[in-house]
Design a protein around this ligand. Structure first.
Ligand code: SF4
Ligand code: SF4
Length: 435
């Protein structure tokens, strides 16, 4: 394929080094577990009490939550867990009936007769959030109203093991594209760029077939390179312009949403169903069977493991997200709205070097998509010199892991950068307390 869109830097990760079984597994709906535990964000206040009956799709927190939370099953509230006086999770026993709340009804109006603020309200009531940063989709649309110039739909998925977005595009391209059309109407933008990488040939064909000659949707095929899925790099690839780091993408008139967000918006319109499920990849060399699954929000990892044939003894860690940008989670973890994958991996996939030494090869500099000097940034971060790390672009780093992946000296740039960011945020929080 010629004329591929791309950005400077990044890395093409060798697929052959990882099992790719999940990408061949059709999206499966995992049966709802007997109990779910739905975690709350800061500021969420439960609007249900222990012993209350709840219905599937019923709000379980007050309306002033940043992102509305709904029960993913019908049943009874078994427990509300608190930490320092703040509610952290709601445990619901599933009655197995999936009785829908009476608010779960199709919108019923034609899109051409729907005003942008009505669309924002529907997305807000559905509690849809973006997996990349957990930000409210309704809020992002609201901020872009009147100022959006271009809509981009992120269909890329350039990390090893990840496959659920690929399966969504392959099996339900109309859901994604209908969601994109709803966003076009809300933002009053004339067309959407549907951005996907060249390696997903079958999904490209599925999208092409649905798009046909529709002038509202334009397919943009990018090179397969990590971290193509980053919002700024998508814009950079498609428009050949680098968004200045001091400005938000919305300030520049670009709005980027993922394929999953589009499918969830379409579902909220077509069925009135809020975001109570998440499409995830379950993969790795330590899980019985690799799968792509639709799981209810609040499903425990132990239930997912049991459904996927259990874990093997060589399991070292469970990573939520991709191998490059994901985070290690505890086995007591429960599915949340931002999850993309649960990777059960042995030591084979974990880079645990005892010794590291920079050999000044420059590979990390050449590969950094944000044009930083990762070797110096990591050095200052490791020493805890936040001022110097900030000067080297600590806040600009998107933690893509390209530098660490490329480094022959075993330097753990991202580990040090994440620690420095945490230290910086702690210091800021302490300063704010004393103001
Ligand atoms: S890639 Fe690693 S060894 Fe090469 S310059 Fe960067 S830190 Fe040093
Ligand atoms: S310094 Fe940050 S942005 Fe640059 S390659 Fe490393 S992790 Fe990615």
């Amino acid at each position: 394929m010629s004329n591929l869109y791309t950005f400077t830097g990044g890395v093409r990760i060798r697929d052959s080094a990882f099992e790719q079984t999940a990408s061949r597994c059709p999206l499966e709906t995992m049966p709802a577990p007997s109990q779910v535990e739905i975690f709350l964000s800061d500021g969420d206040v439960p609007c249900v009490s222990v012993g209350d009956s709840v219905l599937m799709g019923q709000p379980i927190c007050t309306e002033d939550s940043k992102i509305m939370l709904h029960s993913s099953v019908s049943g009874e509230v078994a427990e509300i867990k608190y930490d320092n006086g703040r509610a952290v999770s709601i445990v619901i026993n599933n009655d197995g009936n999936d009785t829908l709340a009476d608010t779960v009804v199709p919108f019923g109006k034609k899109l051409t007769e729907t005003a942008p603020d009505e669309i924002v309200r529907i997305i807000k009531n559905a509690g849809i959030c973006e997996s990349e940063d957990g930000f409210s989709v309704a809020r992002r649309v609201e901020c872009a109203l009147g100022g959006a110039r271009r809509l981009l739909i992120n269909c890329t998925e350039c990390e090893p093991f990840l496959a659920s977005r690929h399966r969504l595009l392959l099996e339900h391209p109309t859901h994604v594209l209908n969601g994109a059309k709803i966003l076009l109407r809300a933002l009053e933008v004339s067309y959407a760029d549907i951005v996907i990488e060249e390696s997903k040939l079958d999904a490209i064909r599925a999208l092409e077939e649905v798009i046909g000659n529709n002038p509202l949707l334009r397919l943009r095929v990018t090179a397969t390179k990590h971290p193509q899925g980053d919002r700024r790099l998508i814009i950079n690839s498609v428009t050949a312009k680098e968004p200045p780091v001091r400005e938000t993408t919305a300030q520049l008139g670009y709005v980027v949403f993922s394929a999953e967000v589009c499918a969830d918006i379409f579902r909220a319109f077509a069925e009135g169903m809020p975001q109570i499920e998440r499409r995830v990849t379950v993969a790795g060399d330590s899980i019985g069977e690799q799968k792509t699954l639709k799981v209810r929000i609040g499903t425990r990892l132990s239930d997912i493991e049991a459904y996927c044939g259990g874990v093997s003894e060589d399991l070292a860690d469970v990573i939520e997200g991709g191998m490059m940008r994901g985070k290690i989670v505890d086995r007591s973890y429960c599915a949340s709205k931002t999850d993309t994958a649960y990777l059960y991996v042995s030591d084979k996939y974990l880079h645990k070097s005892g010794h590291s030494a920079c050999i000044r090869c420059g590979k990390c500099v050449a590969g950094c998509p944000m044009h930083l000097l990762p070797l110096y940034l990591a050095k200052h971060a490791e020493k805890g010199n936040i001022k110097k790390a900030l000067a080297m672009g600590l806040k600009t780093c998107i933690e893509c892991g390209t530098c660490t992946y490329n480094c022959p000296g075993g330097v753990e740039h991202v580990y040090h950068i994440k620690n420095a960011k945490a230290k910086y945020n702690d210091e800021r929080a302490k300063e704010a307390e004393h103001v």
